[in-house]
Design a protein around this ligand. Structure first.
Ligand code: UT7
Length: 322
């Protein structure tokens, strides 16, 4: 039984996707690939690709408005905004401040976190720590990306894997048994060259494009995610049987299946959206969470595991009682 304590409780979720949905067959007309290859190797069928008027911040704003609505709260209640993204609107200011202004939040704190596909877990951890410390009361934690803008559309080994989107949660401090029970984060910079962008303001002066050695990343992902999932379970004395839902980072259906198998997690308890959204990096976990909350699978009181791994490498997991 979880003890009563001040915790950050997820009060509402929201998400947003660009208008343009692109199928594997459409991509196959643009690059040397097939629907069969993409489906078999990744589980992806569709991804949403931002039009010029859709940006990381515009998607983040839309997802945030939906999360606020779901929480029954208004922008003026929010005193902390953390936006996880590797594709900000500008090098600076932080896209979180663009969201803050658009929503009409006055005051409080707003900043971006860069941990690529693990960005939402990192942002979530910072927000829930600040809430428990009393330095914030109501937070918007957002993952939003427009990876289509940093893809090399000539490189079939990467461009078919990613999509654009945003997801957001409203977190509020509450005394009780609900909320974030434990979060564990990790980073290991020695593997930078396996997944990176070949540009940046301080090096090339250009935005750059995503480069990945997929097979190696796959191997590290299964190992790191399995380890961190064991770690969060051990920290809470929960067993896989106690978990109602797993909301994994949606990079590849085979990574998700292999990780679930290693932990003896029931595959029917794993939320899968990679077929519809592809890999949306920092947006993937809150986007999948919102899908499963809105379709009624994830309910108040459920024990949910969030997990992600990405460039850096960075990875992490969290157990939350909804
Ligand atoms: O979110 C951040 C974390 N990222 C990830 O978790 C991604 C992890 N990696 C993966 O998901 C997988 O490794 C990929 C989906 C990227 C690749 O799957 P794979 O089973 O590891 O394939 P592979 O890289 O070993 O490539 C197999 C073959 C190669 O051809 P050869 O050398 O066997 O002749 C590739 O050239 O598939 C070829 N290939 C393609 N064929 C058709 C690579 N991309 C494509 C493509 N269409 N789009």
């Amino acid at each position: 039984m979880t003890e009563v304590a001040l915790r950050a409780v997820i009060k509402g979720t929201g998400s947003a996707l660009p208008r343009n949905r692109v199928s594997n067959a459409e991509l196959a007309r643009r690059v040397d690939t097939t629907d069969e290859w993409i489906t078999e190797r990744t589980g992806i069928k569709f991804r949403h690709i931002a039009e010029p008027d859709e940006t990381t911040s515009s998607l983040a704003i839309e997802a945030s408005r939906r999360a606020l609505d779901a929480a029954g709260m208004s922008a003026s209640d929010i005193d902390l905004i953390i936006l996880a993204t590797a594709t900000p609107d500008q090098t600076f200011p932080a896209s979180a401040t663009i969201v803050q202004h658009a929503l009409g939040c006055n005051g409080g704190v707003a900043f971006d976190v860069a941990a690529v596909c693990s960005g939402f877990l990192y942002a979530f951890s910072v927000a829930e720590s600040m809430i428990r410390a009393g330095s914030a009361h109501n937070a918007l934690v957002i993952g939003a990306e427009t990876f289509s803008r940093i893809l090399d559309w000539e490189d079939r080994t990467t461009c078919v894997l990613f999509g654009d989107g945003a997801g957001a949660v409203v977190l509020s401090g509450e005394v009780g048994i609900r909320g974030a029970l434990v979060t564990k984060l990790h980073a290991d910079g020695q593997h930078n060259e396996l997944l990176y962008v070949d540009g940046g303001p301080s090096t090339t002066g250009t935005v750059g494009q995503l480069r990945m050695k997929g097979r190696e990343v796959f191997r590290h992902a299964v190992t790191n995610l399995t380890n961190v999932l064991h770690e969060v379970l051990a920290a809470t004395d929960l067993t896989p049987a106690d978990i109602d839902w797993v909301v994994p980072h949606q990079a590849n259906a085979r990574i998700i299946a292999a990780t679930a198998k290693k932990l003896a997690l029931d595959p029917n308890k794993v939320v899968l959206t990679v077929d519809q959204h592809a890999n949306t990096s920092a947006a993937s976990v809150p986007l999948a969470l919102d899908v499963a909350v809105r379709d009624g699978r994830i309910k108040k009181g459920d024990v949910v595991v969030l997990e992600a791994m990405g460039g850096g490498f960075t990875w992490g997991a969290s157990i939350v009682r909804m």
